[in-house]
Design a protein around this ligand. Sequence first.
Ligand SMILES: NC(=O)c1ccc[n+]([C@@H]2O[C@H](COP(=O)([O-])OP(=O)(O)OC[C@H]3O[C@@H](n4cnc5c(N)ncnc54)[C@H](OP(=O)(O)O)[C@@H]3O)[C@@H](O)[C@H]2O)c1
Length: 300
Amino acid sequence: MSEVLVQVAAAGVNRPDLRQRSGHYPPPPGVTDIPGLEISGTIVALGADVGEWSVGDRVCALVAGGGYAEFCVVPSGQCLPVPEQFSHIEAAALPETFFTVWHNLFERAALKAGETVLIHGGASGIGTTAIQLARAFGADVFVTAGTDEKCESCLVLGAREAFNYRTGDFVAQVAQATSGRGVDVILDMVAGPYVARNLTCLAIGGRLSIIALQGGRSAEIDLETLMRRRMTITASTLRPQPVLDKARIAASLRSQVWPLLEQGRIKPVVHAIFPFDQAAAAHAELERGEHVGKVMLSVE
Ligand SMILES: NC(=O)c1ccc[n+]([C@@H]2O[C@H](COP(=O)([O-])OP(=O)(O)OC[C@H]3O[C@@H](n4cnc5c(N)ncnc54)[C@H](OP(=O)(O)O)[C@@H]3O)[C@@H](O)[C@H]2O)c1
């Protein structure tokens, strides 16, 4: 038994929770149908095989479900220490977006220092993390967002340019901003008709990383362009990945990203905090779509 029991202090609300509630994102087999993909709290019991953690440790953790609860069982490898100076609310805002962005932007799409990246949905929970991580690791960041106010927030977080996709054409704007070269990497949470438009925005050797299908699950693309410009399309979803893979991502985050959090160089953007018994209001807040960053649940 390499699991720990955490007394939950705070949990993050993520768009996948809304999709689960509406019946479109069932928990993986064997996982509770209580929602909640990330928590922070205090370890109150240890499985027999757990050597790394102690009762009383403050941790945050990625979970496959069950985060909206007083207690949550977590594979020990999916726990990370609460960064120094962080509240439980700030710590619970980390796992879902940091695991997702690290895996998709840096591991799968291999974003490197000196490269350019376009992040769709820059003001989302995922987007606000992606902007900060990409900047911290030396990439030049462009984003799309749905209002001028959200665009402004993305610039404050470190984006070089932010394109309001409701009033402009991001394809033309990326071409202009990169003098026609295109960007090296795109993090896409829209898909559907965005896929072909994204390929138009990619530089030779560019990588498109798809993490959500808000615009639709089908796309028509020109494979000749893909071959001629040596592009890569990758896609993944975090929740069904095996515990060992999540533990590997956690270890990578701990060594490469946690020091940046401890140094205060990056921090989660918390938009609103609700008590646990107002989870429905927290979902409504995310559904309104006016947030920048994360919506959280707290017992405090
Ligand atoms: N694959 C994975 O492992 C994984 C893990 C976690 C989350 N996700 C997905 O990642 C997405 C973000 O999650 P979240 O929790 O951060 O949700 P969120 O804060 O609610 O963000 C959703 C974002 O989608 C943006 N959006 C919608 N249509 C758009 C369009 N046409 N162009 C540009 N942006 C558009 C919205 O931007 P505006 O409000 O500015 O319009 C909003 O910021 C969700 O779709 C979620 O399901 C995937």
